[in-house]
Design a protein around this ligand. Structure first.
Ligand code: C3B
Length: 833
């Protein structure tokens, strides 16, 4: 439908084009207008909530004018676009980020002050957009920021969950989950009730022949659910480019709403149908690095993928190009295997709807997709039962079988008679219950496969995907080491540090080219600079100490060493190793004379993170941390020497406060298990050092900052398998320090010992899969070195400064440029303003 305004009337439009505010007065005017009209309030009843709402709406208006222009520019240029498909976008708060990216934070600060509010309080009113679990979801959010900041024509596609990741409460030391209903007031989205796609499920496939005798598949029957688009503007930093994140929400299709039932008076069941449709986008699955094979999850995946592809194809078809040009116009990146069905769906569209030949279609498909793998953990690799597929997506299962058949035929041709190879690489796992291996499908249907840090990319090529390297050749596999956006994780989270850096590097250019940080290295020996640096660190620690006091009523000394481990709770991330180390420290302090005790370096051990609701062991780890805290924090012998803090409900906005306050952070996964890690980068960028294992991006951080600036310990990944084998086939001995920790737990010092029996047995009796006992001693030794080195504050700060100076590599801008060049083949669309 042509909806554009005819030429003669366009003058009126141009004359009234919205410009958006650029100064304090303009901003205030917009805030007052929104308070009085949009919110129907006044200066007599404008609380912080209303002030936030009005300020957010003012910024939303501002973003949308940029968004409109960006979209027009991209449509007009008609160049290749990137589509980033992710089931998770862990965005956090939007307003602070929008203000900073638009360069209008000072305007907003002064404006809000004129109107009677402090900008920090107003920012604090915003509910986090928490549509993700952990690293994978936050990476997607950092990528969106970089894509917009670098002017790439790019869209994100995701699901608009009504409930994001649950809110964590700690009650009697235990995690309790509370639903996160976040959509009460969300000014950052635009519902597009006119952009809808009908999505089919279930039903069956009928085959017929066309006039040329070619077999044609018809997917018929089943049920229809409608996808409605919600658009979220993504502002770039210091550029007018504003990209789009399109999130799909499910509702009953109007065709489906059963008027028959309704008219027959069966009102309740027709409403029930409606609710069933809305269930699809109702809730984010709260598992990190774990797949549970639930039907609703597969429904979510198909719903989102089918709606997104329909949208992408619709946009392509407007250009009236030939199908073979599709990969020149479209690059689709699969964030893990969650969107792998997109490969099958595009093949289905091309073959069943657009009547392309199979091979021609498949060539287009494989040239379009890239697949990023984020984990080697077997429990996280997606497999769906063939039966479930047959039921939910019968036509897609047929296509998967055909893809597999042609693939296996080509393998057999290349490697005749290697039947073992054929069954190893088959998309269908011929187990008791037949399974579809999504990672294999993703590899076969993509032109590039990448891991997220060097070690991880090596590991996937030599272990889980090695047969595919043999089959496709090494060129198909590559590495793109993860990165983080310095806008949120330095400038926004740590404004004073950002300002100090700017004062020495001649402005804020480093936020667009993070390698410019290297200019501050020369100040590592500068007394004055070090002093300012230390003051900022101290102020950040005071801010966190106040927060700890107000939320937990525990007083911590900001002069103590702040040791932080915040991330999802997982046995492979080894929070248990950390808390065992804390118990060891506590026992050692208790055994000392008061004089000796006083001489020790005071430390605050800070933990935070959510456990998946069904992950019992992870919940026990949280429970132990809290119980240890309750004992240690109230022990008069200990005082300031040791405090143990568990911060409730760790999320993006809390990370922005916690990370700048770190002296040291822990990234201590069993070698070979943490694909990359990204918080490690954030902590160092905020002027802390790392205690960590030789795992994931820790290795590249070491390469960049120098091994004298990081505390590495523990088993190397190449030795992990042997050790595991030894644990299972010979008696493995437990270090005496660790035994004493176990004894203390079992004595009941930290609450009911039975609660922690399984945690101890896992290490002592059940093979210690995560190598806690093997690494315990070197962990303690390394922590001792941390204590010693921290006492020399001048040198410590110098190390922090040098480390920050060398962190340029870890910008997500670098990362996005690597994807653009090596995988997507797209160019920025530079804006001349
Ligand atoms: C995570 C990995 O566990 C991290 O090592 C990695 O830094 C990030 O992805 C980003 O690449 N990951 C996750 O959060 N969820 C998964 N299902 C798999 C990996």
């Amino acid at each position: 439908v042509e909806a554009s305004i005819p030429e003669p009337q366009r003058e009126a439009w141009t004359k009234h084009q919205v410009q958006g505010f650029t100064d304090k007065d303009g901003f205030e005017k917009e805030v007052v207008r929104h308070v009085e009209t949009t919110l129907a309030r006044s200066l007599y009843n404008c609380d912080e909530g209303a002030a936030y709402s009005a300020a957010a709406l003012a910024f939303r208006d501002r973003l949308i004018t940029n968004w409109n222009k960006t979209q027009q520019r991209q449509t007009f240029a008609d160049s290749k676009r990137v589509y980033y498909l992710s089931l998770e976008f862990l965005m956090g708060r939007a307003m602070d980020n929008a203000m900073l990216n638009l360069g209008l934070k000072n305007v907003a600060k002064d404006g809000m002050q004129d109107l009677g509010f402090r900008i920090e309080d107003i920012i604090g009113q915003e509910h986090d957009a928490a549509l993700g679990n952990g690293g994978l979801g936050r990476l997607a959010a950092c990528f969106l920021d970089s894509l917009a900041s670098l002017d790439y024509p790019a869209w994100g596609y995701g699901l608009r969950y009504r409930y994001g990741i649950f809110k964590q409460e700690i009650i009697n030391g235990y995690q309790v989950e509370v639903p996160d209903y976040w959509l009460d007031f969300n000014p950052w989205e635009f519902p597009r009730h006119d952009v809808t796609v009908d999505i089919q499920f279930y039903g069956n496939v009928r085959k017929s022949q066309d006039e040329n005798g070619k077999s044609v598949a018809h997917w018929e029957g089943g049920e229809i659910v409608t996808a409605v688009a919600y658009d979220v503007p993504i502002p770039g930093y210091a550029t007018p480019s504003t990209n789009n994140l399109r999130l799909w929400s499910s509702k009953a299709s109007s065709g489906e709403f059963d008027f028959q039932k309704f008219n027959n008076g069966d009102y309740e069941s027709s409403v029930a149908d409606q609710q069933r449709a809305e269930t699809i986008s109702a809730v984010l699955y709260p598992n990190d690095n774990l797949e549970r094979g639930k039907e609703l999850r597969l429904k979510q995946q198909y719903f989102w993928v089918a709606a997104s592809l329909h949208d992408i194809v619709r946009r392509f078809k407007k250009s009236k190009r030939a199908w073979k040009e599709f990969p020149d116009q479209v690059a689709i990146q699969l964030n893990d295997t969650h969107p792998t069905l997109a490969i099958v769906e595009l093949q289905r569209i091309l073959v069943d709807k657009e009547n392309l030949e199979w091979d021609e279609a498949w060539e287009i498909v494989t040239s379009t997709f890239g697949y990023t793998n984020h984990t080697v953990l077997p429990e996280a690799l997606e497999k769906w039962s063939v039966g479930l597929f047959q039921h939910l997506l019968p036509r897609h299962l047929q296509i998967i079988y055909d893809i597999n058949l042609f693939f296996l035929q080509s393998v057999e041709k290349k490697f005749p008679k290697d039947h073992d190879l054929l069954s190893r690489v088959s998309i269908i796992e011929e187990s008791q219950v037949k399974m579809v291996r999504m990672a294999y499908l993703a590899i076969i249907g993509s032109h590039k496969v990448n891991g997220v840090a060097e070690l991880h990319s090596d590991l996937i090529q030599t272990t889980i995907f090695r047969d595919f390297v043999t089959i496709f050749g090494a060129d198909k596999f590559t590495n793109v080491t993860n990165g983080i956006t310095p806008r949120r994780w330095l400038h926004q989270a740590n404004p004073r540090l950002s300002e100090l850096i700017a004062s020495k590097t001649g402005g804020y250019d480093f936020l667009k080219d993070l390698t410019l940080l290297n200019q501050i290295e020369q100040y590592a020996g500068d007394k004055e600079f070090r002093k300012e640096w230390a003051e900022i660190k101290y102020a950040n620690k005071v801010r966190l100490a106040k927060y700890i006091k107000s939320t937990l009523d525990v007083t911590v000394n900001p002069a103590a060493l702040f040791d932080v481990q915040v991330k999802r709770i997982h046995e492979y991330k080894r929070q248990q190793l950390n808390i065992f180390g804390v118990i060891h420290r506590y026992l050692a302090l208790k055994a000392m004379s008061p004089e000796e005790r006083k001489k020790q370096l005071p430390r605050v051990s800070i933990f935070g993170g959510k456990a998946a609701p069904g992950y019992w062991m992870a919940k026990q780890i949280i429970h132990l941390i809290n119980n240890v805290g309750a004992v240690v924090n109230n022990d008069p012998d200990i005082g300031d020497q040791l405090k143990v803090i568990f911060l409730e409900d760790y999320n993006v906005s809390k990370a922005e406060m916690i990370i700048p306050a770190n002296d040291i952070s822990e990234h201590i996964s069993t070698a070979g298990t943490e694909a990359s890690g990204t918080s490690n980068m954030k902590f160092v960028l905020n002027g802390g050092l790392i205690i960590g294992t030789c795992d994931g991006a820790n290795i590249e951080i070491t390469r960049e900052v120098g091994q004298e600036n990081i505390f590495l310990f523990g088993t190397l990944s190449e030795d992990v398998e042997d050790l595991r084998h030894q644990h299972n086939y010979s008696n493995h001995s437990i270090d005496s320090n660790l035994s004493k920790v176990f004894e203390a737990i079992q004595s009941g010092k930290f609450g009911e010992p039975n609660d922690f029996g399984a945690m101890i047995s896992a290490v002592r009796d059940h093979g210690d899969y995560y190598l806690v006992s093997d690494d315990f001693e070197s962990y303690l030794d390394t922590q001792k070195m941390v204590d010693t080195e921290y006492r020399n504050q001048d040198e410590w700060i110098a190390k922090c400064i040098r480390s920050v100076a060398r962190m340029g590599f870890f910008s997500s801008d670098r990362c996005i440029n690597e994807y653009a060049e090596g995988i997507w083949n797209v160019e920025p669309l530079v804006v001349k303003n």
